[in-house]
Design a protein around this ligand. Structure first.
Ligand SMILES: *Cc1c(COP(=O)(O)O)cnc(C)c1O
Length: 387
């Protein structure tokens, strides 16, 4: 330990991009702070370039983008939606809100992504959609999953909260599903505090984008009104208030403009952990992230799998005593109170999810993490011995 006191490394610190304060000031000065202003359009264009998705609607969160997807699918009570159990609750909650039943499928032990080999057994005649989460921005087995979705006529949705900038076999994550949801929460690679986007990829169905715009604007055809296509706007569908302020879009625009630079730094931190911890992990029965061939990931998070819960908790305590804030996630959805009430497990249950939830630790990872801090985290980790 240094004599100048304990170095502390927080788990996350949101990156401040170069122009965000200027852009926000511009919105305030112009006095047009509601949604669908110039920055909303600019951010959507930048996202479109990054993801290859031609129709991008900014939303107030990823959760809200998923809720919009559930409305767009016209889900009815009793319909079933296949989701992972190892994910953030919004992945299931958005569909439960429409009365659909989340059917929880286990994850793969290597990538922690939805296990494509278990999906078919979970399909019934009520199944309407499959929602995938690219954990840590490492692509799910999209070839197999896309083929299954097509064979059974299921809508494929991507919860791409981790995957902005990632690719599977050269194709951007977020471009596989008929719809995909992005998150710009403070903890994500690109952030505006709270924010999201819905990507629409079914170009054979232009009506989908039109309806999405209505749903985002409280069920009104206000978008058409502002474009002069109708002479008054009316309540035409169900919907809610899913359109973010142009203030948030201003911050988001600046963040997206500097995405390349942020990503370089995140990748450097990820790589330093991966190389610096390899021998220690191998000698201590600890698993590092597995990146299959053909997956380009955006260094969204760095996780380790400890041998068991007791070691996981001791490891987090060991790091905390050295000033390093490490955290765990996710608590399985299938056994959560709301998961039990609104969903059910697929045949075979979710044993891998249960194990992983006890064993996983995330290390600090953010763009402004300095080299000294990275070295300090690595030293702190290396001094832990599995018991
Ligand atoms: C962060 C996250 C969400 C929720 O994002 P919000 O923008 O906060 O609604 C949903 N799914 C996954 C997998 C996430 O990591």
């Amino acid at each position: 330990m240094s004599t100048t006191g304990l170095r502390t490394v927080p788990f996350n610190r949101p990156h401040v991009s170069e122009n965000e304060l200027d852009y926000i000031a511009e919105v305030v000065r112009h006095g047009r702070t509601s949604g669908d202003g110039p920055f909303t359009r600019r951010a959507a264009e930048l996202l479109s370039e990054l993801t290859g998705s031609r129709q991008v609607l900014l939303t107030t969160s990823c959760t809200h983008a998923l809720e919009m997807s559930a409305i767009l699918l016209d889900l009815r009570p009793g319909d079933e939606v296949i989701t992972p159990s190892f994910t953030f609750m919004s992945t299931a909650n958005a569909y439960a809100l429409r009365g659909a039943v989340p059917v929880f499928v286990d994850c793969r032990p290597d990538t922690l992504n939805l296990d494509e080999r278990l999906i078919e057994a979970a399909i019934t005649d009520r199944t309407r959609a499959v929602v995938v989460v690219h954990y840590a921005g490492v692509g799910c087995e999209m070839e197999a999953i896309g083929e299954l979705a097509e064979r059974y006529g299921l809508a494929l949705i991507e919860d791409n909260a981790h995957g902005l900038g990632g690719a599977y076999r050269g194709r951007p994550l977020g471009s596989f599903g008929v719809m995909a949801a992005q998150s710009f929460h403070e903890t994500k690679n690109v952030q505006c505090g709270e924010g999201g986007a819905l990507l629409l990829n079914d170009l054979d169905d232009p009506g989908l984008a039109e309806r999405a715009e209505i749903i985002r604007e409280k069920g009104t055809d206000r978008g058409r009104y502002f474009r002069g296509q109708v002479d008054k706007y009316r309540w035409v569908d169900i919907g809610s208030s899913y359109l973010p302020s142009d203030l948030l879009a201003a911050q988001l625009t600046s963040q997206l403009e500097s995405f390349g630079a942020t990503q370089l730094r995140r990748r450097a931190v990820w790589q330093a952990y991966h190389e610096g911890l390899a021998d220690w992990a191998a000698g201590n029965r600890i698993s590092q992230p597995v990146i299959p061939d053909g997956c380009d990931h955006p260094a969204h998070l760095y996780h380790l799998l400890l041998p068991d819960l007791a070691n996981r908790q001791a490891f987090i305590g060991h790091l905390a005593a050295r000033g390093v804030q490490a955290v765990f996630h996710y608590q399985p959805l299938h056994s959560a109170p709301a998961g039990l009430r609104y969903g059910r497990q697929a045949p075979g249950g979710c044993p891998v999810t249960e194990q992983v939830a006890d064993r996983l630790v995330r290390l600090p990872l953010f763009a402004d993490l300095g080299e000294d801090d990275v070295a300090h985290v690595i030293d702190a980790v290396l001094s832990y011995e599995v018991s």
